[in-house]
Write a protein that binds this ligand. Structure first.
Ligand SMILES: Cc1ncc(COP(=O)(O)O)c(C=O)c1O
Length: 495
């Protein structure tokens, strides 16, 4: 860039052959500045030359060339400045960095994986990398759903069909369709439902609702957004020994059937609980969720129940926390169309905050959440909401289920592969994730080994919390041929 700028500014190609010394060959170290400005005799040049990189080019300048060539442009003052270290020259504002941001560890997990994948591709440009890592959907959205979105989009071009801002809480029809598709007979009605641009965004809005003065508990391992949003809100202390202080990490491992020992939680206000769980793929049973609800009631905590994968459940585990008696008084549920309808890019989700849920002073949580939504959000895209409504029509529900079944078949292929290779494999049955145990190994090392030797991207378990060490998560979101090819490569690698 630097050299390009020089050429633009001076009209001189920045090639060493064009340069001679200013006065009989003299090296630049004695020259610190050269200015270029219009004068009666033509421009003068100003160059700041204090960087070692610049000097290292062993550069020489031809004065005669400068005279002729610079006159081709009419210039004001022009500076060709080599790049000194940013910290020496960068302008800084008076605003101090949010100390909570400084507590966060490295990058958020998935951008970090994307970075490593990019680095791998830089090293092996021809590698045919297959991603079973980030957990993004790959299959086309059923056309019953995209047709509805297209229709709504086209209607926006008509006077009758145009609509601007909608209700922050979502369109009444969609809220009502969500209530009847997922909460029928559970005592949840449309007014308890807040339509959103996705569950991740709602997790952050819920953290804003709770503020900085609460302590959260999370399953360990768990989806990283709960912990990171807690850090950003200032609910935690510093990170030490793979944990933030003031967060309760509820260990979920094969020994406890991936359900935490609740008696070990000390004093959490808000319990984030995801079932089926990302990353372990395990779903909590009715008995386990009953225990959780009873625990919350006893301790006065609020459960934030993430059911983003509920439609992947194929046994009789509950699909909603509200299937459990008493949950409406202690729980919020957040969910999403992302992994059901391939809406990871379209963006549509919802959060249920029952009227029965009250703060310690008796104030309804839903009223405050409504205030947060109205302040921080302007409602989900009307086009996405048209898609959501189509998802919940009888044909849409069928189409979503068939996409889910496709991913579930992928899951089976991945589980079979690792099982045949002799690994202990968890999850898979009720979720699009397979949780593979590599006992005694560092999960980032396993991630790197699989990427390096099989060109397959997975997710290192420790990225989901200290309890994920020794595991990798393999996602079933992928085209069938890629899943089969990845399985073939993994079988080769670990045979
Ligand atoms: C457990 C869990 N919750 C929420 C989300 C985010 O969902 P959305 O795309 O609706 O923001 C994900 C995405 O991977 C997830 O795994």
């Amino acid at each position: 860039m630097r050299w390009k700028f020089w050429e633009w500014a001076t009209g001189l190609p920045f090639a060493r052959s064009n340069f001679a010394t200013l006065e009989s060959p003299r090296r630049l170290p004695s020259l610190t500045s050269l200015s270029l400005a219009p004068t009666m005799n033509g421009p003068t040049i100003s160059v700041s030359l204090n960087s070692p990189q610049f000097l290292a080019r062993n550069t020489f300048i031809s004065s005669s060339k400068l005279k002729t060539d610079t006159s081709r442009r009419s210039l004001g003052i022009c500076k060709c400045v080599s790049s000194p270290p940013a910290e020496q020259t960068a302008y800084t504002t008076k605003v101090s960095r949010n100390a909570n941001m400084a507590k966060l560890q490295a990058g958020y997990l998935f951008p970090e994986i994307a970075r490593r994948r990019a680095a791998h591709l830089l090293k092996y440009p021809d590698a045919q990398v297959i991603s079973l890592g980030i957990g993004d959907t790959t299959e086309p959205i059923p056309d019953i759903i995209t047709n509805a979105m297209a229709e709504r989009a086209c209607a926006l071009s008509t006077v009758e069909g145009y609509s601007g801002y909608g209700a922050e809480q979502g369109e009444k029809k969609l809220r009502s369709a969500i209530a009847s598709a997922y909460y029928k007979d559970l005592g949840i009605d449309e007014s308890d439902i807040f339509v959103s641009d996705g569950a991740k965004c709602d997790i952050s809005r819920l953290q804003v609702l709770f503020g900085s003065n609460v302590k959260i508990a999370v399953q360990d391992p768990s989806y990283p957004a709960y912990v990171d949003s807690s850090v950003i809100m200032g609910q935690t202390g510093l990170y030490e020994n793979q944990r933030y202080s003031n967060i309760e990490y509820m260990r979920c491992d094969p020994q406890n059937g991936f359900f935490p020992d609740l008696s070990l939680i000390s004093n959490a206000d808000v319990i984030f609980f995801c079932s089926p769980n990302n990353p372990t793929g395990s779903a909590a049973t009715r008995e386990q969720l009953t225990q959780l609800v009873q625990y919350a009631k006893k301790t006065g905590s609020i459960i934030v129940y993430d059911s983003a994968y509920a439609m992947y459940i194929s046994d009789d585990c509950p699909r909603s926390i509200f299937e459990i008696d008493g949950a409406k008084e202690v729980a919020i549920e957040t969910s999403s169309f992302s992994k059901y309808a391939g809406f990871t890019g379209v963006r549509l989700g919802w959060t249920v905050v029952p009227k029965e849920l009250l703060f310690s002073d008796g104030f309804p949580v839903a009223k405050d959440f409504n205030r947060i939504v109205c302040t921080c959000f302007n409602g989900a895209s009307n086009i996405a909401q048209a898609g959501g409504l189509a998802c919940l029509s009888p044909e849409g529900l069928k189409a979503m289920q068939s996409t889910i079944n496709f991913y579930k078949e992928n899951t089976q292929i991945i589980m079979d592969t690792f099982t045949k290779l002799g690994f202990d494999v968890y999850g898979g049955k009720n979720a699009p994730y397979v949780w593979v145990h590599f006992p005694g190994r560092n999960s980032w090392d396993v991630f790197a080994e699989i990427l390096e030797k099989a060109n397959v991207v997975t997710t290192p378990g420790s990225g989901f919390g200290p309890g994920g060490e020794g595991f990798v998560r393999v996602s079933a979101f992928g085209h069938r041929e890629n899943v089969l090819e990845a399985s073939r490569r993994l079988s080769q690698l670990y045979k």
